[in-house]
Design a protein around this ligand. Sequence first.
Ligand SMILES: [Zn+2]
Ligand SMILES: [Zn+2]
Length: 252
Amino acid sequence: MTVTSTTDEGTRSGGWRHWLSTVLPRPCLGCAAEVGAAVDTLGLCLACRGKLRNASADACTACGRSATAAFAAGETPQLCPSCRAAPPPFEAVFAVWRYTPPFDRVIHGLKFQRLEYLAEDLASGLVRRWGEELGSCDLVVPVPLHWSRRLKRGFNQAERIAAPVARALDLPVVAALHRPHRTRPQARLGKRQRAQGANPFRCRLGHQVAGQRVLLIDDVVTTGATLGAAARILRHAGARSVVAAAAGRTSP
Ligand SMILES: [Zn+2]
Ligand SMILES: [Zn+2]
């Protein structure tokens, strides 16, 4: 199988940035206190790291809503009654942290302050928490940005997280999706607009996706609409199944 990776260059530049981040003291992303680089993970001081909240373990793995009573013990993924009745195009969304302070500052740091080393920390968190569930996938597909947004930001944060996850799980990264039109984020569209609107994604490496169990990666999941749209395109291209993973999840 030919592997298409668009992340080599990024990983290299991420490498020296990561090195710099380990030798320079800098302010905590959560509270601005100066942190010693050696004890620093996710750009947060110890106190701020203590404030991080897990994406709920007793929530529906697809929609994120809490429905403890409906779950059989030890069931993974756990689906709430409405997701079981109308299954989403992905099997589950595995997320690590709740998108509440100070975690939102970490994502902000990655996307807008270009602190690319944070992607490595986010990826480690994903692998630590969900490595077993994600390891059964065949390949990793990052959620793409429209080229103009990628150009403006200089990189795609989903790719930056996907690369180290793929490395840790020993899976190839396949940039199978692209986003030909610049559209508003799916989360900001109403349910009706989403249903009416065309899918913003296209699949260009369908032959690599066909028959595979795809691990779809994004930085943060909000409504699940973006991951749903991407998963639908992958399934349409012949993917056997799609499992989604994100570092953060907003409260439903
Ligand atoms: Zn702090
Ligand atoms: Zn659900």
